[in-house]
Design a protein around this ligand. Structure first.
Ligand SMILES: [Cu+2]
Length: 106
């Protein structure tokens, strides 16, 4: 009877061991589908690679609409953008929080 009890304990342990791998997969999926939003640019700091925007809700991050400053990822060309313009954008997570990694006129 003792052997059977040990086997049952080993089987029961397998799902626990698999849990970290599943969690990692979920994180990869979340990164592949970038949070997307719409907004209106209030001001642009091209040299500082920043802008201020009033954006609508970002469902993927459960963000409500708000006005805030954003850092813009290196390599993003926003020279065609201007204050007052309506845009669509995607975000990616950087070391200091979310940054705009693509942005274009709506
Ligand atoms: Cu915000």
């Amino acid at each position: 009877m003792k052997k059977i009890a040990l086997a049952a304990a080993l089987v029961a342990a397998v799902p626990l061991a698999a849990t970290p791998a599943l969690a990692t997969e979920n994180i990869v999926v979340a990164q592949a589908e970038k949070p997307t939003g719409q907004g209106t640019i209030n001001s642009i700091d091209a040299a500082g690679k920043k802008l201020n925007m009033t954006h609508g809700p970002v469902a993927a991050l459960k963000w409500p609409g708000m006005t805030m400053d954003f850092n813009v990822a290196p390599g993003v060309d926003f020279s065609a953008l201007k204050s007052g313009q309506k845009v669509v954008f995607t975000l990616s997570r950087g070391a200091g929080g979310y940054v705009i990694d693509s942005i274009k006129p709506e």
